[in-house]
Design a protein. Structure first.
Ligand code: NAD
Ligand code: TYD
Length: 339
């Protein structure tokens, strides 16, 4: 079995690679990653010498490079994690989101069509469903919920999903799609809520909470996401969409308060709200539970402790990021907000 993982130097793709190499020591795993600001080769350091692992630096939107990889490697399965993934950046400049998330997906699908594939899996997000109101806690996203994207990021992910479904229907490409809620855990880039707050507490910086902090996200420990994708690529039904999430809803303020409590310090600073800020995400995971027997193993209370411990034990990993190019982004995005 040979699996190509795109975006494997990023947060979830990196965790997935580690998970799969451990679980299936005889599978060949190839990471294809452009190494954007969010890609970090250090995440893969411990598997670089594994003879079953190979790293190829390439852009998924580069047709020549992707066709060459398919021609030479003849993969059985593609799992596409590669994406521009940060909503705030998509508000600053949507273009690269369309290029990578939409055109990149199209190039991968065209390669599957040209060279053949057993399975193309698209890693999507619950954000394609838009948001839910805060005052109706009994509402959840199901696979039948209409697509209703709010940000340029979610619009680009929704567009990619539509292309994947169209290539299934029109060309018979054997696809699956998963739509997961917010992940957290090791190797999470410190521009996203949880790692940013942990890093700021540890660096004695204020904790920027957008708006009132009442927005709700459904948090999933990243390993549970990896387990779900493994199940879908092996046992999921072709052409199907699977929602992934585990009823771990927390408001942003609750998340930040938990981090402050765990670390014993931290000063909240309320800052300007994100434009178009989605109120609440919440997944109904009934389908993946009934069809594939998946339920999350790690509760938020346990996962957040494990995550904080990882950031304390791996300061080098995130401090290297904060001292590099990301520093400029942080200055641009937060200097005025925190002034
Ligand atoms: P990330 O930003 O941490 O990593 C993205 C990776 O993709 C990086 O390694 C980057 O270098 C690579 N990449 C970007 N553009 C590329 C290109 N053109 N060609 C090749 N590689 C490229 O993202 P993440 O949080 O790990 O998310 C992975 C996937 O999961 C994304 O598709 C995202 O939409 C989806 N997702 C994320 C979450 C979440 O909470 N983070 C939740 C649900 C779904
Ligand atoms: P984020 O981690 O960017 O994920 P997403 O927007 O894809 O859900 O943000 C999670 C929530 O935290 C979201 O409601 C925005 C909020 N947030 C802050 O309040 N402050 C911050 O500095 C960041 C990055 C996010």
């Amino acid at each position: 079995m040979k699996i190509v993982i795109t975006g494997g130097a990023g947060f979830i793709g990196g965790n997935f690679l580690h998970y799969m190499l451990k679980k299936y020591p005889n599978y060949e795993m190839i990471c294809v990653d452009k190494l954007t600001y969010a890609g970090n080769i250090e995440t893969l350091e411990t598997v670089m010498n594994n003879p079953y692992f190979k790293f190829i630096k390439a852009d998924i939107a580069d047709r020549t490079a992707i066709y060459k990889i398919f021609e030479e490697e003849k993969p059985d399965i593609i799992v596409n994690f590669a994406a521009e993934s940060h909503v705030d950046r998509s508000i600053e400049d949507p273009s690269i989101f369309l290029q990578t998330n939409v055109i990149g997906t199209q190039v991968l699908l065209d390669a599957c069509r040209k060279f053949g594939i057993d399975r193309y899996h698209q890693v999507s997000t619950d954000e394609v469903y838009g948001d839910l109101p805060l005052d109706k806690p009994d509402l959840f996203f199901t696979e039948e919920t209409p697509i209703h994207a709010s940000s340029p990021y979610s619009a680009s992910k929704a567009s990619a999903d539509l292309l994947v479904q169209a290539y299934y229907r029109t060309f018979g490409i054997p696809v699956t799609i998963s739509r997961c809620s917010n992940n957290y855990g090791p190797y999470h880039f410190p521009e996203k809520l949880i790692p940013l707050m942990i890093a700021n507490v540890l660096n004695d910086k204020p904790l920027p909470v957008y708006g009132t902090g009442e927005n709700v996200r459904d948090w999933l420990y990243v390993e549970d996401h990896c387990i779900a994708i493994d199940l879908i690529i092996h046992k999921g039904k072709i052409g199907e969409i699977y929602n992934i999430g585990g009823h771990n809803e927390r408001s942003n303020l609750e998340v930040v308060q938990t981090i402050i409590t765990e670390l014993g310090k931290g000063e909240i600073r309320y800052v300007a709200d994100r434009a178009g800020h989605d109120k609440r995400y919440a997944i109904d995971p009934t389908k993946i539970y009934k069809e594939l027997g998946w339920i999350p193993k790690t509760s938020f209370d346990e996962g957040i402790k494990k995550t904080i411990k990882w950031y304390l034990d791996n300061k080098c990993w995130w401090q290297n990021i904060i001292s590099g190019e990301y520093k400029e982004y942080y200055k641009k995005m937060y200097e005025d907000k925190l002034a």
